[in-house]
Design a protein around this ligand. Structure first.
Ligand code: UD1
Ligand code: CA
Length: 449
């Protein structure tokens, strides 16, 4: 979905991401992350914006930071290294933020797309449509607007005769203009500009308004007043383009992004029984035909193979991998663990830093004790091994292929269980003649019957 198709000569594109605001209604604690770094399905809000922006393959990206700038800058350095960042301290309005962004790229000429850093639901397609409209109309400015019965505190789009764009008026500046407040078309705050048109329009913006701030909307209004064309495009799902300003907004955004991720997996043939109670974070790979049962959480970077089943009430995290046909049932948590083909852990189990061989069976209540208080250690369970209910495997430890542990066994670290061996007890010891164990058990069964 790039805007530049092969052979097409497109104008240069810069994207300005406004991310300086504090999010005062979020009442975040002192060491809470700044708003744009709040998590949404395994990554910060800003990462969702980065992905949408990335679709456009812009030539330049400038992110305006301000509140908690240092933390946002270090995230940018690690996760969006080709973005420039500029600081806006203090934050005196969207107009000032946009001016600072453009001042950071003084030689840039072409199109400038403006997007906020706190809109995780924004999609590359929304941005592409805004840019296409802007370029198609050869406009000096293009506003992405939305419709709502009552747009509340949002800026209203005022139109004149024949629907021509006149101005955007902030709700707080329209208290004495009921006709304006009654308008249903609002400004989402996403725009496309011609850089040459917007630079002069951002100079000496007035602060004589209800918020005492420099308004980006005033730059749009100036362009319109100068007689240069202001185009607009109506967003299909404008609610999705509104910033996260409260925990309620955040929950709504997370729910929407979660539903979208689930839908993408279902469209590829993954059977998600109840997407409303299933959380699948970003960057999860699930093979078609896998089944995800209700109340399951699959963390970023996990991989689930063909025919595998997860849940109900399972939690996969830290890039856990289920190979084809593997199962993680109710109340199973897996962290940095690989379950081999057809291996099963069906109930009440913690598998951390473990490798489970193909067809192994992990009994109910098994725990890998992977943390000794200072470091994490690995557990390796061989193919076809059978781990008895309630076994504690104290890592680092290896259970060989086809080996067995008895119910409630505690296998101490370093006391590896040999292939085929059966161990029981606390600490676990090999059962005498354990290789004969299965023969003896079947004999016992015969005697009982
Ligand atoms: C702005 C628009 C309004 C629109 C609304 C949509 C203006 C004057 N008004 O409202 O018409 O309906 O967005 O949400 O632009 N930010 C900065 N620096 C600042 C101020 C804001 O980076 O100095 C960033 C914020 O972090 C946020 C975004 O800009 O991501 C919007 O700021 P916010 O205060 O929520 O928007 P308004 O100005 O109220
Ligand atoms: Ca504001």
């Amino acid at each position: 979905m790039t805007t530049r198709r092969p052979g097409e000569h497109a104008r240069p594109l810069a994207v300005a991401v406004l991310a300086a605001g504090k999010g005062t209604r979020l009442a975040l604690g002192d060491d809470a992350p700044p708003k744009v770094l709040l998590e949404c399905l395994g990554v910060p809000l800003l990462e969702h914006v980065r992905r949408a922006v990335d679709h456009l393959r812009p030539d330049t990206v400038v992110v305006v930071t301000g509140h908690d700038a240092q933390r946002v800058e270090s995230w940018l350095a690690a996760s969006w290294p080709d973005a420039l960042s500029v600081r806006q301290i203090p934050q005196e309005g969207t107009g000032q933020a946009l001016r600072l962004a453009l001042d950071a790229v003084p030689d840039f000429r072409g199109d400038v797309l403006v997007v906020y850093g706190d809109v995780p639901q924004v999609r590359g397609a929304d941005l592409a449509r805004l840019l296409e409209t802007h370029r198609g109309a050869a406009a000096a400015a293009t506003v992405l607007s939305g419709r709502a019965e009552d747009p509340g505190a949002l800026g209203r789009v005022v139109r004149g005769a024949g629907g021509a764009f006149v101005e955007i008026v902030e709700a707080r500046d329209a208290v004495s203009r009921p006709d304006v407040l009654a308008l249903t078309e609002f400004n989402t705050g996403l725009y496309a500009f011609d850089a040459d048109a917007v630079r002069p329009a951002l100079k000496d913006l007035s602060r004589e308004n209800a918020q005492g701030e420099e308004y980006a909307t005033d730059a749009v209004n100036r362009i319109a007043a100068s007689g240069r064309g202001v185009a607009s495009v109506l967003a299909e799902d404008p609610g999705a383009l509104l910033g996260v300003n409260s925990f309620d907004d955040l929950a709504r955004a997370v729910a929407a992004v979660r539903r979208r991720i689930a839908s993408e997996h279902m469209a590829r043939g993954v059977h998600i029984v109840d997407p409303d109670t299933t959380v699948i974070e970003v960057d999860v790979e699930i093979a078609p035909g896998a089944r995800i049962l209700p109340f399951t959480h699959v963390g970023r970077g996990c991989r689930i193979g063909k025919g595998a089943a997860v849940g109900p009430f399972a939690r996969l995290r830290g890039g856990a991998i289920l190979e084809a046909g593997a199962e993680a049932g109710n109340f199973v948590e897996m962290k940095a663990t690989v379950m081999g083909e057809g291996a099963k852990a069906k109930h009440l189990t913690y598998l951390g830093d473990a490798t489970v061989g193909a067809q192994a069976n992990i009994g109910c209540g098994t725990v890998t004790a992977n943390y000794d208080g200072r470091r994490k250690h690995r557990t390796t369970i061989g193919a076809r091994a059978s781990i008895g209910s309630g076994t504690v495997l104290v890592a680092p430890v290896t259970v060989g292929e086809g080996a067995r542990t008895g119910a409630n066994a505690v296998v101490p670290s370093g006391r590896d269980v040999k292939p085929g061996e059966t161990v029981v007890g606390v600490p676990a010891r090999p059962l005498p003649n354990s290789e004969d164990g299965s023969r003896r058990r079947s004999k016992e069964r015969e005697e009982k019957s």
